[in-house]
Design a protein around this ligand. Structure first.
Ligand code: SF4
Ligand code: SF4
Length: 187
């Protein structure tokens, strides 16, 4: 068999056919960031989100488990009593304790997901935002307000393909806003 392969240059022809196949296949050029954006798969570990329950209450009870388990010690949690937000003292969280300060230093974060695993209330979750470049070190600190802000890509949205997108540049950095209704296969 090996002798026949050598006589008829089988491996050589196989290699050439592969090269030829790629020569005539569709060119893959992603026009990022001006027109297109790749949406990561659901299991992708990008910028974290702090979540709320269905009634809008903060799920984080400031137990600090995420900060303790973090291998780079990049999470800061300062707890406080949840005294509510208005005169009726409507609680903000699901317990009588919420985070006064919740910050993640993204420069040190490894995006390992340990914080997500340790959280008893599913408050902290790894999101799918990977455009984390910014102009100052200050913006590399993700504070509670930023983490509680809903993301452009909902958690339940599938990923692994390219969508149409709009390039936006402002003081906070560069963002590419995806149009989730217009998706196309990556290849
Ligand atoms: S992903 Fe890992 S390194 Fe980053 S904050 Fe969570 S535990 Fe820390
Ligand atoms: S995010 Fe979760 S683990 Fe971290 S302090 Fe809040 S409740 Fe605790």
């Amino acid at each position: 068999m090996n002798l026949l392969k050598k006589i008829f240059f089988i491996d050589f022809i196989k290699g050439l056919s592969l090269t030829f196949k790629y020569n005539v296949s569709r060119t893959i050029t992603m026009r990022y960031p001006d027109e297109e954006k790749w949406l990561p798969y659901q299991r992708f570990r990008g910028l974290h989100t702090l979540n709320r329950d269905s009634q809008g209450r903060e799920l984080c009870v400031a137990c600090e488990l995420c900060a303790k388990v973090c291998p780079t010690q990049c999470i800061t949690v300062i707890p406080m009593e949840d005294v509510g937000t208005d005169l009726k003292s409507v609680p903000r969280g699901i317990s009588d304790r919420i985070a006064k300060v919740y910050e993640i230093n993204l420069v040190r974060c490894l995006f390992c997901g340990f914080c997500e695993d340790a959280c008893p209330t599913t408050a902290i979750r790894m999101g799918r935002d990977y455009e984390l470049a910014c102009f100052t070190l200050d913006c590399a600190i993700a504070d509670k307000k930023k983490l509680l802000t809903p993301r452009d890509i909902p958690a339940e949205f599938e990923g692994g393909f390219v969508v149409k997108a709009k390039f936006i540049r402002n003081d906070e950095g560069i963002k590419v806003k995806p149009d989730l209704s217009k998706k196309k296969r990556w290849w």
